[in-house]
Write a protein that binds this ligand. Structure first.
Ligand code: TRP
Length: 449
């Protein structure tokens, strides 16, 4: 194994890196409109409760397993297993996680590339380079390939730096800028006509919508994606944490930042949409639902920015810069999953592992770009609808059933001698054993049924 394992230099560095992984395109392009269309503040409340009831326990399973093994998911899941079958199944779960993390990165990098393109397009257009700006913002294979490649190179560049000088350093730089930009944009948008109407749609609670079962299930699913669970991302980050850290409270902070930024994004997106509506931009689809996801980001918001004149270019650049940052702190956490495995399993240098994995995933991504209509949706649903929940169940089973209770308690006692008296020990082991796997299986069955 490589001589010295990387480690996070500080607790704050870890929290920002893990929150950076969690806060991504999902928070900004999915959550706000989902909330607005589904009961506003009531949805936000349900989401918050579910994030803590379901996603937090799985997050803790990953952090604890990773820190216990100080190794990647394959090492972590085999080490806690006793028999040959559980060992083999654990190793396979770790390997499938690596594949799913790579698949997620292969589609994520395409979307993130678009964000880069839009970030650069507004200043270029202001400088009179309209042709380049149009090229960057028009859907086409060469442009999608080029932007994806640039984004992958940025991701690889950070991962080459390692845990402390790459992941931690860039997360502590980028996360504060993300939060400040979001606050500034939100404050600006709230001064425009129509913003208050958007705010009302976002916040007025409508509990009748929230009580529908489908909605609860949808909220559970997005909480899972949002906290980067299942594929071993949080596990590998946890493996770089020192034994002195109190994991249950660190996990709470990461989950709170993730949910907090999703909620904050709503204070920007919903008012912005209603400002756009006040300026004649269409914000509803044919069935009367709020436009969301890619149409929201690449059609509705640009139409709004276009009505704002010079300020509009600035606001647009800041907004797409923010999306690019959110994507980058997430993509590095995905690439770290295969990289850590290659380093620890085959003794590769980080340089070699990062270049190889980055390049391989870049090629996969290129295949998706070229066959966009056939592959993009397929890769998204294969990895996020099937891969993540199934892996989540496996992680719960390993943390709850395979991992010896004594060994688990010892892990918790490393920095908290009274861990067996605390709330976490009273609730979590039972929870991750029974409640989590059952709920995830129900969601899964309903989502494919
Ligand atoms: N959580 C991120 C988002 O909301 C995406 C992400 C990062 C992710 N790492 C992951 C999703 C691992 C699934 C698995 O956009």
């Amino acid at each position: 194994m490589a001589a010295a394992r990387g480690q996070f230099g500080s607790r704050l560095g870890f929290i920002l890196a893990a929150a950076g992984s969690a806060v991504g395109l999902g928070n900004i392009w999915g959550f706000p409109t989902q909330a607005a269309s589904n009961g506003g503040a009531a949805f936000v409340l349900v989401y918050l409760v579910l994030a803590f009831l379901l996603a937090y326990p799985v997050l803790m399973a990953e952090l604890l397993l990773g820190r216990h093994a100080h190794g990647n998911a394959v090492i972590a899941l085999t080490r806690i297993s006793e028999g040959p079958i559980t060992k083999a199944l654990g190793a396979s779960t770790g390997l499938v996680g690596i594949v799913v993390a790579s698949l997620i990165l292969s589609f994520y990098a395409i979307v993130a590339g678009w964000m880069l393109g839009f970030t650069a397009a507004y200043p270029l257009s202001a400088l009179g380079m309209q042709t380049s700006a149009d090229w960057l913002t028009t859907f086409a294979i060469p442009r999608n390939l080029a932007l994806m490649a640039i984004f992958m190179l940025m991701t690889i560049g950070i991962i080459l730096g390692g845990v402390h000088n790459g992941i931690e350093r860039w997360s502590t730089r980028l996360m504060p800028s993300l939060i400040i930009t979001m606050l500034a944009l939100g404050a600006y948008v709230l001064t425009l006509d129509g913003a208050m109407e958007g705010l009302a749609v976002y916040l007025l609670p409508d509990f009748s919508k929230v009580l529908s079962g489908d909605l609860v299930l949808a909220a559970l699913g997005s909480a899972f994606f949002s906290l980067s669970l299942g594929v071993g991302t949080m596990l590998i980050y946890g493996s770089y944490l020192s034994d002195d850290e109190h994991l249950p409270s660190i996990g709470v902070q990461v989950a709170l930042i993730d949910v907090g930024l999703a909620v904050l994004a709503g204070f920007l997106i919903l008012p912005a949409m209603y400002v756009a509506a006040a300026r004649g931009v269409e914000i509803f689809d044919a069935s009367g639902a709020l436009l969301s996801e890619d149409t929201l980001i690449f059609t509705v918001l640009p139409a709004l920015f276009a009505t704002l004149g010079t300020v509009g270019s600035l606001v647009a650049t800041a907004f797409f810069g923010l999306m690019s940052i959110a994507a980058l702190t997430s993509s590095i956490s995905m690439l770290e999953v295969p990289v850590a495995f290659l380093v620890e399993r085959f003794n590769w240098s980080r340089r070699r592992a990062a270049s190889f994995a980055g390049l391989a995933i870049g090629c996969l991504s290129a295949v998706v770009v070229v066959n966009f209509n056939q592959l993009f949706g397929l890769v998204v649903s294969l990895s996020t609808r099937y891969g993540q929940p199934l892996l989540g169940v496996m992680l719960c089973i390993y943390a709850g059933w395979v991992w010896h209770r004594d060994s688990l308690l010892q892990e918790l006692k490393k920095n908290d001698p009274d861990a067996d008296q605390g709330w976490f020990w009273r609730i979590w082991p039972f929870y991750v054993r029974l409640v989590c796997p059952v709920i995830i299986v129900i969601i899964f069955a309903r989502s494919i049924g």
